[in-house]
Design a protein around this ligand. Structure first.
Ligand SMILES: C[S@@+](CC[C@H](N)C(=O)[O-])C[C@H]1O[C@@H](n2cnc3c(N)ncnc32)[C@H](O)[C@@H]1O
Length: 280
């Protein structure tokens, strides 16, 4: 686990790009990585031919770029809701992804300039672009932590340097958990993270489901699996279990394109559930 602030970032980026640090920090361009495939779906430039190849294979099975854009918009709406309805000022965003505007801190700090945000991801390409995540308001704080979601205690320990866990925090696990199977501890990591949050905190979560369009989603999972990337779809019941003990805000656990939609969310339901739960 490594901290990056604006000051330390330049050195970290150099290490990452030149590959002189440990293998775990090198950008492996020989196989696709979730953050880079997602970047390709979003029309970004921070991906390699292997990522584009998998992105195209998945897009041939369904409209993954539309789903990725809808997921970003869910993150935007949910972030505004937790600021407005739950009065949240602190954010722990795990699986933050390659910066894509508007980033979570830009949404939160445009509503509350003193908002504090810790971003976490385990992909070296996110680290290589993390500088864009560190340009927040002078009143607030934005920090980046290179860590694996499957080590929640280490994340909590690191994030506590920036976030006050005695006060409410919005834990954002947006489009992360379908890369972590139950066998790999998805439920335990949610339980550990939510267990550390103060009353009034929120869980903002989106996760892949095959409930709406099973054939296409299973074809997409097969394409990811063939490329060596774990991808799991969860049923409504399975996503509900991730919210156990939390009060789920209206409209509940629904396709994220049906979660407090604006005019842009038209058409068939997107194959990700989205919801926000509050810890009372
Ligand atoms: C689909 S992207 C989602 C990005 C962003 N949260 C969003 O919704 O727009 C998933 C992100 O989760 C990260 N990720 C996957 N497995 C992870 C793990 N075990 N620990 C930390 N990050 C992980 C990937 O590197 C990628 O950046």
């Amino acid at each position: 686990m490594t901290w990056h602030t604006a000051r330390t970032f330049r050195r970290a980026e150099e290490l990452c790009v030149t590959g002189t640090e440990s293998a775990g920090r090198r950008i492996d361009t020989s196989r696709p990585h979730p953050a880079r495939v997602y970047d390709w779906f979003l029309g970004g430039k921070d991906n390699y031919p292997v990522d584009e190849e998998l992105g195209r294979a998945i897009t041939a099975q369904g409209d993954a770029p539309r789903q990725a854009r809808a997921n970003r918009r869910f993150m935007e709406r949910a972030t505004r809701v937790v600021v407005r309805e739950a009065g949240i000022r602190q954010f722990l965003d795990i699986g933050s992804g390659i910066p894509t505007e508007p980033n979570l801190h830009q949404i939160a700090q445009s509503a509350v300039p003193d908002a504090r945000i810790v971003y976490v991801d385990n992909d070296p390409i996110v680290l290589a672009h993390a500088a864009a995540l560190l340009h927040g308001t002078p009143e607030g704080a934005t920090h980046y932590l290179q860590a694996d979601a499957r080590e929640p205690q280490r994340i909590l320990q690191g994030a506590s340097a920036v976030l006050d866990f005695e006060q409410p925090v919005a834990l954002s696990l947006v489009a992360l958990l379908h890369f972590i199977s139950d066998e790999d501890g998805a439920q335990e990591l949610v339980d550990t993270l939510v267990g550390a949050l103060a009353p009034g905190s929120c869980l903002v979560l989106s996760a892949l489901t095959a409930d709406f369009d099973p054939e296409r989603v299973h074809a997409g999972i097969a394409a990811y699996t063939a490329s060596g990337v774990t991808l799991v779809a969860r049923s409504h019941d399975e996503v509900s279990r991730l919210f156990k003990g939390l009060e789920v805000l209206e409209p509940g656990i629904v396709s994220l394109s049906r979660w407090r939609p604006d005019a842009r969310e038209e058409g068939d339901p997107v194959s990700l559930y989205g919801a926000v739960g509050i810890k009372r």
